[in-house]
Design a binder for this molecule. Structure first.
Ligand SMILES: Nc1ncnc2c1ncn2[C@@H]1O[C@H](COP(=O)(O)OP(=O)(O)OP(=O)(O)O)[C@@H](O)[C@H]1O
Ligand SMILES: [Mg+2]
Length: 200
């Protein structure tokens, strides 16, 4: 199974992304970002504890949006329930409520959640689809970098993700979802334009 974190930043290209993912013939679990729904919550200045659950519900909202393009959702209660063929969109609220292991803070968003879920499923890499060509450092897209080097550095990953990747030995491939052929290349050929962040 492949875990693909689909960011709200590429919401405009969801139809094409789904069609390309489906053409790979692989089993793919889509973990939605929080998109505009999470941004709304950020503006409210709610306490971290409540904002955490509100933001996970924001992921569910974007999940239903993705699903409206013709892919089914799954709402597992536990990791053992995540078993399927084809492409599914994860609605993560119930799963996280029952497996409440991540810190309740804005440092932890859907990137960390996707990494944590992949790790729980015994998968060692995540694909993050976002609206940039990869991790940009000193105005250049980096081809590969160790997750440990990104701890404390602002990138398109959330703040907690690099640390979590080191802890659970997870790689993340950052890929521009506005050019959907790249994710196809990565899945089918193991190589594509983007950044490989190595936690393994
Ligand atoms: N060093 C960096 N390298 C790459 N992108 C960066 C960096 N610093 C900040 N960013 C910003 O991160 C943005 C992508 O992250 P953002 O959280 O906006 O979207 P997403 O993670 O795809 O979606 P969602 O928030 O719904 O999960 C890019 O548009 C880019 O401007
Ligand atoms: Mg984000």
């Amino acid at each position: 199974m492949i875990v693909v974190k689909l960011g709200g930043s590429v919401a405009s290209n969801v139809r094409r992304i789904l069609s390309v993912l489906s053409s790979t013939g692989r089993d793919i679990l889509i973990v939605p970002g929080g998109w505009i729904f999470a941004d709304q919550i950020r503006r409210l200045n709610v306490k971290d504890e409540q904002a955490h659950w509100m933001a996970i519900l924001a992921m569910e909202q974007f999940g239903y949006y993705i699903s409206s393009f013709g892919v089914e959702t799954i709402k597992p209660k536990d990791f053992e329930d995540i078993e399927f063929e084809g492409i599914k969109v994860l609605l993560p609220y119930e799963l996280i409520l029952r497996n409440d292991e991540l810190p309740h803070s804005w440092d932890v968003t859907s990137d960390s959640i996707a990494i944590w879920i992949a790790s729980k499923l015994g998968i060692d890499n995540v694909v993050k689809l976002t609206n940039v060509d990869g991790i940009i450092l000193n105005d250049r897209v980096v081809e590969r970098i160790r997750a440990s080097q990104l701890i404390g550095i602002q990138t398109c990953l959330d703040k907690y993700a690099p640390k979590l990747m080191v802890e659970c030995g997870m790689d993340t491939f950052i890929c521009n979802g506005l050019f959907a052929n790249r994710v196809k290349d990565y899945i089918t050929k193991g190589r594509a334009k983007g950044t490989l962040v190595e936690g393994r």
